[in-house]
Write a protein that binds this ligand. Structure first.
Ligand SMILES: Nc1nc2c(c(=O)[nH]1)N[C@H]1C(S)=C(S)[C@@H](COP(=O)(O)O)O[C@H]1N2
Ligand SMILES: [Mo]
Length: 213
């Protein structure tokens, strides 16, 4: 019998977490760390919009009141940061990526997306990873609105990839007809970012994993 979440020192918990829940090299910290590059943007509801552009069948733009009216979904999922902390069992609520794909579909030639956030942060994803029925633009975690440092009002959650693939303070989707590296993918992180295959760094990439650096 295993004790769930027995402690390894004061902050690193690994024992007792079922092996199929914690990808290799990850641990459970206390609380929910805040991690990002640059300052926390201030939400300006009147200026905020969410745009779909690039290789789109038709471009789309939602203001904050419009976005807030979109159909909502709930996903229970874990979250894995490449710096090795994992957050298990969160309930995320927000707008499914599949809903946005239906409302503002890509052109047939689109293969990838770039998700854009405040201050020019970006993350690229294969269209199929973005379109997973577990991926969503979240406004809430465990019933509470996101706090500003965790991405309020909107962040992408892609449970099956490392968390840098989920921009906080998301503002738009660019459909791409060829893959292009996002912010961290240009700076040494793996283009694909599957935590179960421990795809942390770009030097681990094989042929076909990403565009030339
Ligand atoms: N806009 C933006 N989103 C971002 C980042 C960032 O630097 N800027 N960092 C990513 C990384 S590396 C991680 S691990 C998660 C951290 O989210 P958290 O601070 O809510 O734990 O946000 C991701 N989203
Ligand atoms: Mo991260």
């Amino acid at each position: 019998m295993t004790t769930p979440f027995s402690r390894l020192g004061a902050k690193k918990r690994v024992e007792g977490v079922p092996a199929d829940r914690l990808p290799p090299g990850q641990y459970i910290p206390r609380g929910w760390p805040v991690l990002h590059y640059g300052p926390v943007p201030k939400f300006k509801p009147d200026a905020w919009d969410f745009r779909v552009f690039g290789a789109a069948a038709t471009e789309a733009r939602w203001t904050w009141p419009e976005f807030a009216q979109l159909p909502r979904t709930e996903v229970r999922a874990d979250f894995h940061c490449v710096t090795k902390f994992s957050l298990l069992d969160s309930t995320w609520t927000g707008v499914a990526t599949t809903t946005l794909l239906d409302l503002a579909p890509p052109a047939p030639a689109a293969t990838h997306v770039m998700v854009w956030a405040e201050y020019g942060y970006s993350a690229n994803l294969r269209l199929e990873d973005f379109a997973s029925d577990r991926s969503l633009f979240a406004t809430h975690r465990d019933g509470e609105p996101l706090t500003p440092d965790h991405g309020f009002p909107l962040r992408l959650i892609v449970p099956d990839l490392y968390a840098w693939k989920g921009p906080k303070w998301a503002r738009g989707i660019e459909y791409l007809t060829a893959d292009r590296r996002g912010f961290w993918e240009e700076r040494g992180y793996h283009n694909r970012a599957d935590p179960w295959r421990e795809q942390r760094y770009s030097y681990q990439e094989g042929p076909g994993d990403g565009p030339e650096l």
